[in-house]
Design a binder for this molecule. Structure first.
Ligand code: GLN
Length: 498
């Protein structure tokens, strides 16, 4: 690939790494190019912070390594991080007033691992406040170039949401402001925005990537992953992101890092793809159904076999998730008390009043709603009725997947019931929660899941195909996605004007 004839921002991670390694382009030149693009696309609201000096210092270090001939695999490849992953060189806000201006003294493990692999950090990306949401309309700090908080816009149609909570990540990759981004997925926040913005995203098995330095929303579900244009690019990044972190995250699993690129070319001849009837019922929009069906036909032509399966508790995933995740959130967010981190109300009468005012002013409405729901379901008298019941059903949902995997190697379906909706178009919280129906089951089971571009629906908006695999079978997911991307070009299509 000759970058002189192809713009740098048109290159994926693999191509950029190659161009950097062969010195067709320097890391500094690459970083400057993407920083410049970020500045010209500020109206999208994707970035919450940039630090040009820090980025260029990292790029110069990458160039020095590249010159030495002893550079790590991704030396000089730009990446941007969701603003719930703490970073030493950039502020971290979780898009909350509560953390506005907060500067972490250390890097999250996944940030540090990607830096060790040579990646250069461009900046931090917007998200729903504390990763609670699916539309990226609830960022409460202003984006770069803005003076007031704003929703992130979808590059395919700026009147629409990019999805969430990793909406800034999906927007930035789709708009070619970065070749790749990290995201986090608690109930779908990598897969759904990837689907809405026409990019590829993967959430690994719970525990495969360290949560150290990931600002906690619901710890038993939170998982970091990557978003990029192709499965090939995701595989490269994920190989560095994953791996045990026993000293810093006790829930990180003792499963060694793996070179996922080696799984890309596995044959899918005879692969059994499970099709859960529950993912194709009422509520699935016709345009999404048509695109997903077409992708499934494509798999059949490639030699895979479609197998009907059942995930009978799919409907219950929504109430279960919206009991358990607020319960964990209410506990995790108790640390934001005006004493230890970030914001403190400027005027108060006594300690209790300081807590109350700080939290009333520091948190936005959706976060407060979840803290209240979570506190309620954990309170005496309701704990058994809600929290414990939800825990039991969570276990059954995980068991349903194991029963399904007796009959198939992968599960496929839509990521979301519709394409991205208009900003301001879904104000009822429950309507937002219901739209998570297809991503929540895999999250509750801790399974790896992926979103793969599968064409366009109404209004030319992207549609994502969801692939779910059994524990630790990220390679199988990436291989199946890669195979589809060898015969389709949905992942290469771009929004008008980008
Ligand atoms: N949309 C879901 C929620 O609002 C998922 C969020 C996430 O995965 N972080 O909780």
């Amino acid at each position: 690939m000759n970058h002189r004839t192809t713009a740098l921002h048109d290159l994926g991670v693999a191509e950029l790494a190659q161009a950097l390694r062969t010195r067709q382009v320097s890391a500094v030149e690459t970083a400057q190019h993407f920083l410049q693009r970020a500045r010209t696309q500020q109206s999208l609201g994707a970035f919450l912070s940039l630090n040009e000096d820090a980025t260029l210092a990292q790029a110069r270090a990458a160039d020095a390594l590249l010159a030495s001939g002893n550079a790590p695999a991704l030396a000089g490849v730009p990446i941007a991080h969701k603003d719930v992953l703490v970073t030493r060189d950039f502020p971290t806000t979780a898009a909350s007033r509560m953390l506005q201006g907060y500067q972490s003294p250390f890097d999250a493990t996944v940030v540090a691992r990607l830096a060790q692999a040579g990646c250069v950090t461009l900046g931090k990306l917007s998200c729903d406040e504390f990763a609670m949401g699916g539309s990226n309309e609830s960022a409460h700090v202003p984006p770069v170039g803005g003076t007031a908080p704003q929703p992130v816009r979808n590059p395919w149609d700026p009147a629409r949401i990019p999805g969430g909570s990793s909406g800034g990540s999906a927007c930035a990759v789709a708009a070619r402001l970065t070749p790749a981004a990290t995201g986090t997925d608690t109930g779908g926040s990598i897969r759904q925005p990837a689907a809405f913005c026409g990019i590829t995203g993967i959430k690994p098995t719970y525990g495969r990537a360290s949560r150290y330095g990931l600002i906690a929303y619901a710890s038993s579900l939170d998982q970091a992953g990557v978003m990029a244009h192709s499965a090939e690019d995701c595989a490269l990044l994920l190989s560095h992101l994953c791996g045990p972190d026993p000293e810093r995250d006790s829930t990180s699993l003792d499963v060694p890092a793996e070179d996922f690129s080696r799984a890309l070319d596995a044959s899918i001849e005879g692969l059994r793809i499970g099709i859960p009837a529950e993912f194709f019922g009422e509520g699935l929009a016709d345009d999404v159904r048509a695109a997903v069906d077409a992708a499934l036909r494509q798999y059949e032509q490639l030699g895979a076999r479609l197998v009907p399966i059942a995930l009978p508790r799919t409907q219950l995933a929504v109430p279960v998730y919206y009991i358990l995740s607020p319960a964990e959130a209410s506990s995790n967010l108790s640390r934001f008390d005006g004493v230890r981190y970030g914001y403190r109300a400027p005027a108060f009468t006594d300690l209790l009043d300081m807590y109350k005012k700080t939290r009333a002013q520091g948190f936005g409405d959706e976060v407060k709603r979840r803290i209240m729901i979570g506190t309620y379901v954990l309170s005496e008298g309701y704990y058994d009725a809600y929290y414990l019941q939800a825990q039991k059903i969570r276990r059954m949902i995980a068991d349903d997947f194991q029963a399904a995997f007796e009959h198939c190697d992968l599960i496929a379906g839509p990521v979301a019931p519709t394409v991205a909706w208009e900003i301001g178009g879904k104000t009822d919280p429950v309507a937002n929660y219901l739209a998570d129906i297809y991503t929540l089951p895999a999250s509750l089971a801790g399974l790896p899941g992926m979103s793969v571009p599968a064409g366009q629906g109404a209004g030319g908006m992207p549609v994502g195909l969801q692939l779910i695999a059994n524990y630790f079978q990220e390679g199988r997911l990436l291989g199946a996605a890669h195979r589809l991307q060898q015969v389709t070009d949905f992942h290469l299509q771009r929004p008008a004007g980008i």
